[in-house]
Design a protein around this ligand. Structure first.
Ligand SMILES: Cc1ncc(COP(=O)(O)O)c(C=O)c1O
Length: 347
């Protein structure tokens, strides 16, 4: 079956409405490492159709919008929601309007939204201000569906990530580690595990230190981090996320931009290329390990978006050396590089 609606329709309360789908979900759960008594798995959400986990929620939100006769969809976005909304709206034959904080969305995400034909509006200010504006507009108009994660259908769709993990491991993991911005995804996973009825893992929400509104327990006016996807100061799902962490006996944790870059590099050197926001989860996972805060058993980190979403940031750590050579000299150059171990990277 293709797409999360057909696979999990019984859990989604959608009746028999037609699915607007691009075949999302079914993402790889890769065994990454064994750290003593922990088996570490990475869920590669960047393999979704538009390159991020947002597609799980978007297929549901856009299917409902279409079935209810919406004239279009609108969202505020740090980029991934825009790309996803644009793609699913295009699939549904609906216009998409995306509102982004000016100059703070990666080129690649903007390109995606524009390629799918979305009308893009930029506001000066940050994501939080953009979200407030689209919420107001959607409420006033009524005929344009708001497809941010404040739309409950988005979170219902994102719950399916939890279902997949339970289906694949045969039980919930001992802990789940994921990046937190607007706090929708951590809330969706929590409710997903609850609805699936097999138990709830300890939930660890990782934030960038400059945008750690959940860790600090207060809203921030000027969030700042290289991980633009989670550069959010007023998490819309704060209360749901607090409940998730409290009930599951997990915690929120902040990591520095430096830690995020190192985590992105380490994952990439192990073959897994994710965007900075997603690397935040792995950076947090390592801090939790070093503090002895992880429970024994399988641990899953949700890597929310592909590295191809941000073509700039990795150049802060990529070794761009190229070696001048010639056809005649190639063999000896390769031999020397092998001896120097230059072609080998470790994680
Ligand atoms: C790649 C990526 N990771 C994590 C998040 C955070 O998810 P949430 O805002 O639901 O906390 C986002 C949100 O935009 C994202 O794009």
């Amino acid at each position: 079956m293709s797409g999360i609606i057909e696979r999990y329709r019984a859990y989604l309360d959608l009746g028999d409405i037609p699915a607007v789908t691009l075949g999302e979900g079914g993402t790889p759960l890769v065994h990454w490492a064994t750290w003593g008594i922990q088996d570490i798995y990475l869920k590669l959400e960047g393999t979704n159709p538009t390159g991020s986990f947002k597609d799980r929620g978007m297929t549901v939100a856009v299917s409902v919008a279409k079935a209810q006769g919406a004239r279009g969809v609108i969202c505020a976005s740090t980029g991934n929601t825009a790309a996803s909304a644009a793609a699913y709206a295009a699939r549904a034959g609906l216009p998409a309007f995306v509102v982004v904080p000016e100059g703070r969305v990666t080129r690649e995400k903007m390109m995606q939204a524009l390629a799918h034909g979305a009308k893009t509006l930029s506001v000066s200010g940050n994501f939080d201000q953009a979200l407030a504006a689209v919420r107001r507009l959607a409420q006033e108009r009524g005929d344009i569906a708001l497809v941010n994660s404040v739309n409950p259908w988005r979170l219902r769709g994102q719950e399916t990530g939890a279902y997949e993990i339970v289906d694949e491991l045969g039980a919930p993991p001992a802990a789940l580690v994921l990046p937190v911005g607007n706090a929708g995804n951590i809330s969706a996973y929590f409710h997903g595990f609850r609805r699936y009825g097999r138990g709830i893992p300890q939930m660890f929400g990782i934030q960038a230190a400059g945008a750690a509104a959940m860790v600090e327990g207060r809203d921030l006016e000027n969030p700042e981090t290289i991980a633009t996807a989670i550069r959010i100061g007023k998490p819309a799902s704060r209360h749901l996320a607090q409940e998730a962490v409290l009930v599951s006996q997990g915690q929120f944790l902040a990591v520095s931009d430096q830690d995020i870059l190192r985590a992105q590099q380490e994952l990439a050197h192990g073959g897994v290329f994710v965007e900075p926001a997603s690397a935040t989860a792995y950076a947090g996972l390592k801090v939790l390990r070093d503090r002895g805060a992880l429970p024994p058993g399988p641990i899953v980190a949700i890597l929310t978006g592909t590295g191809l979403k941000d073509g700039q940031t990795p150049f802060q750590w990529i070794d761009q050396t190229t070696y001048p050579t010639s056809a005649d000299a190639l063999g000896s150059h390769i031999e020397r590089l092998l001896e120097e171990g230059a072609a080998r990277v470790a994680h």
